[in-house]
Design a protein around this ligand. Structure first.
Ligand SMILES: *Cc1c(COP(=O)(O)O)cnc(C)c1O
Length: 445
């Protein structure tokens, strides 16, 4: 946790990165594999709501939450003490050897919080990719079918099966093949890049026609979709797209798997993004925001589907680790008590208004979109939809130099995305957005 005297606002006392960070970065390059990158090689010492304190005494504004993870903050007192308390009792038994109640309580919370009032079961894992892999295992086992449909711009992870499910070649897939078979990709609803006026229903019909003709419902175990795409560029499908895909899946006995690893746990202003259009998936994968930064992931789904798998068919040594479960229970309590869904909606109002104002002044912003605390600006050559990845990178860099952590995303690398912790103080968020505006003024000529 940050020391009691830690600054409560952005404070730069060196260049970014500072000399100590540069030194650590040099050592890192001698020991850490180059394939593991960092957006901003500033070495962090502690955190407080919306702020990261580095080894040089700088305080940075965090508009990334470690990629949508630290929604309750990176040092939430309730999470810290739950972790300490659990660690002092026991760190691990393996739930598959001798179980413990924390795991069960997390599954009870998942049953209550995820969409739908049907009977549910959950299984816990360590990472988002592992949850997605298991959702596919379960869907195949329960349906006796093999094919999996995913969408353009999708991101589902970096393991072998999830690389196959992920759309983008660089950096995720390049020269890492061969990839798992029986994965089929269809067009997403992407309002900025679809033909003008294509409705959600029409975009769904386009995808469904392709599935019908190229895969066939009888061969299809599941349709896997992010309700709002994350790494793909915060692509929000046109209204009606998700419900129509869900309706077709239900009609054809195909399982709908919602990957809510990035959108879940209050991030978009509701507990889960499917809730915005009343869609109830058969299976849902969660991770990232679930446990305040501890590694935890889950598959939650209809009891009869989940329980179709034979005993011993699912699991892993660390899945549902007791410390991670304790952190999740504390995180969920903070989300309830501080009404972080409402906080996400408030962040949406503030950030969307600021970005729309910027879009009015800078025609390089082709579209501003997003929900809750998942807000993006897509940068293009003015008057076109031609992506401008170079400009996007330069604006992100200008923010970093001014001590604001922002991330980029998108198939074309041209999306600036904001994922602030939901507990970010109003003044910190506002200053972060001021810095973003200043970066546009400086970089765009
Ligand atoms: C991050 C992410 C994953 C992969 O999660 P990891 O914990 O990095 O394996 C899968 N799906 C979505 C939508 C994600 O955002």
């Amino acid at each position: 946790m940050a020391t009691p005297t830690a600054p409560t606002a952005r404070r730069l006392v060196t260049e970014i990165p500072g000399p100590r960070s540069l030194d650590a970065q040099r050592r890192r390059l001698d020991t850490v594999a180059k394939g593991v990158g960092s957006v901003l090689p500033v070495f962090v010492e502690s955190a407080s709501p919306g702020l990261l304190h580095d080894v040089d005494g700088n305080t940075l504004i965090d508009l990334g939450s470690g990629i949508a993870v630290t929604s309750v903050g990176a040092a939430a007192p309730a999470v810290v003490s739950a972790v300490q308390e659990q660690a002092s009792r026991f760190t691990h038994t393996c739930f598959m050897v001798t179980p413990y109640e924390g795991y069960v309580r997390v599954c009870e919370e998942l049953a209550e919080l995820t969409p739908g009032t049907h009977a549910k079961r959950s299984a816990l894992f360590n990472s988002g990719a592992e949850a997605v892999e298991n959702a596919v295992k379960i869907a195949r086992h329960a349906t006796g079918r093999q094919a999996v449909v995913v969408f353009d711009h999708a991101y589902h992870g970096r393991t072998n099966l999830t690389m196959a499910l992920t759309a983008k070649n660089m950096p995720y897939k390049h020269r890492f093949g061969p990839f798992a078979p029986e994965v089929y990709r269809v067009p997403m609803s992407y309002p900025l890049r679809d033909p003008q006026g294509l409705t959600g229903q029409q975009a769904a019909a386009r995808a469904i026609d392709m599935i019908d003709k190229q895969v066939g419902a009888d061969n299809l175990a599941c349709v896997l979709i992010e309700p709002i795409q994350g790494e793909g560029g915060f692509v929000v499908p046109a209204p009606g797209f998700l419900p129509e895909i869900a309706r077709w899946c239900a009609e054809r006995g195909v399982l709908l798997v919602a990957d809510e690893i990035q959108t879940g746990f209050c991030r978009t202003g509701t507990w889960f993004a499917c809730g915005h259009e009343g869609v109830v998936p058969d299976l849902i994968t969660t991770a990232k925001g679930i446990a305040g930064g501890l590694p935890l992931a889950a598959v939650t789904g209809r009891a009869e589907i989940m329980d179709a798998v034979h005993g011993g068919g699912l699991g892993g040594t660390y899945g549902g680790n007791p410390i991670a479960c304790a952190a999740a229970l504390a995180t969920i309590e903070v989300m309830r008590e501080q009404d972080l869904c409402a906080k996400a909606a408030e962040i949406e109002r503030i950030a969307l208004a600021r970005l729309r104002d910027l879009a009015g002044r800078f025609p390089v912003i082709g579209e501003v979109r997003g929900r809750g605390a998942m807000i993006a600006a897509e940068l293009v050559r003015p008057g076109t939809t031609e992506p401008d990845a170079d400009l996007t990178a330069r604006i992100a860099k200008a923010c970093h130099a001014r001590g604001v952590v922002v991330l980029t995303a998108g198939t074309y690398g041209n999306v600036l995305r904001l994922l602030p912790p939901l507990v970010i103080p109003h003044a910190v968020l506002t200053e972060g957005l001021d810095v973003l505006a200043a970066a546009f003024t400086e970089v765009v000529r």
